[in-house]
Design a binder for this molecule. Structure first.
Ligand code: MEV
Length: 337
């Protein structure tokens, strides 16, 4: 079916009759199981979706007035209060500008954006990538552009580069994937999960900064290239062992890999006293393994459990022992045979 031709008036092209005046898009949180930071240097990383924590974007078309991202408001849990965000994050401004430059978008002068998110920001759970993905999806629907997943990914990465410099792409991928994601040297695949597993995600209550963590590590590695090589090699080994354990359904070995990964990240100064204390508490109380997740320097940790009941008990315990909040998430069995 041919697309309706936009009508032109004195101020430029107007909205094609079949396109909506507003549209929505959504994305979810993610947790990095293994390989954060090493992923920035092309080493493998493994992330799982956290579909219970979501970000929704609603975009409303503007005709005339300012161009690009005109107004941004955000509703964040747990308060549920909507507040304007001014100035809007540069990454989202660049994203909207890039989408508005697409062929067929000339009728769209600018947009107002409303984000509603239950993903806590600056906690290593992919809040910035999820908001960029939700916004890209909403703009895609508004324009009827039918972007491919590659195009959506490129727009999320554009926003992520503004947010934290050199994103590997693992957050941009995992916030839109229903299954676990493996990223290795820029290529994506779905790992096999041999048996169901449960994660506890616990918030240390202190914000982390991925930008600061990634930039700090880059500086550290510039003066210590040997440390960089050792870290990348050890991280790759632990991810590969973790992948085999995940495929075999060997949760005890997977847990050991998580804890080893925490020690690797902690040795680089990426953990905090709060994260270390939650990791230790989890390991002393039934967790098969535990580690910080995401950029570190604050934010969240994850712990591995073999059952829903064990993860619920551990989440409650971590909340009593200093976690600001805790969630449980199922990692479903499946993936390629
Ligand atoms: C952030 O969630 C994960 C990092 O490895 C950065 C990245 O891969 O872009 C720290």
């Amino acid at each position: 079916m041919s697309r309706p031709t936009p009508v032109h008036d004195a101020t430029g092209p107007t909205r094609p009759p079949t396109t909506p005046a507003r549209a929505q898009g959504s994305a979810h949180a993610k947790a990095i199981l293994l390989g954060e930071h090493a992923a920035v240097y092309g080493a493998p990383a493994l992330a799982v979706p956290l579909p219970a924590l979501t970000c929704r974007a609603e975009v409303t078309a503007r005709h005339g007035g300012a161009r690009g991202l005109v107004g941004l408001s955000c509703t964040a849990d747990p308060q549920g209060v909507t507040a304007p965000v001014s100035p809007p994050p540069p990454g989202l401004v660049s994203l909207v500008a890039a989408v508005l430059r697409r062929p067929g978008a000339a009728w769209l002068h600018g947009v107002d954006v409303e984000l509603s998110s239950t993903i806590p920001p600056a906690r290593g759970l992919g809040a910035s990538a999820a908001s960029a993905r939700a916004l890209t999806r909403a703009l895609d629907r508004l324009l009827g552009a039918r972007m491919s997943e590659t195009e959506v990914f490129a727009h999320v990465q554009l926003a992520e580069r503004a947010a934290h410099g050199r994103p590997s792409g693992i957050d941009a991928l995992a916030t839109g994937s229903a299954a676990p994601v493996l990223l290795r040297e820029g290529r994506t695949s779905t790992p096999r999960v041999g048996t169901e597993a449960w994660l506890v995600v616990a918030d240390s209550g202190t914000p982390g900064s991925t930008h600061e963590a990634v930039a700090g590590l880059r500086l550290r590695f510039e003066t210590g290239p040997l440390e960089r090589e050792r870290f990348l090699s050890a991280s790759t080994t632990v991810v590969d062992r973790g992948l085999t354990a995940l495929a075999d359904g060997d949760l005890e070995e997977l847990g050991r890999c998580l804890t080893e990964a925490h020690h690797l990240l902690s040795a680089l100064g990426l953990s905090t006293a709060g994260l270390d204390s939650l990791v230790t508490t989890a390991l002393e109380h039934s967790a098969l393994g535990a580690k910080l997740t995401g950029g570190g320097l604050g934010g969240c940790m994850i712990a591995l459990s073999a059952s829903r009941a064990a993860s619920a008990r551990l989440a409650a315990l971590l909340t009593r022992r200093g976690a600001h909040r805790a969630w449980t998430a199922r990692v479903e069995a499946g993936g390629p045979a």
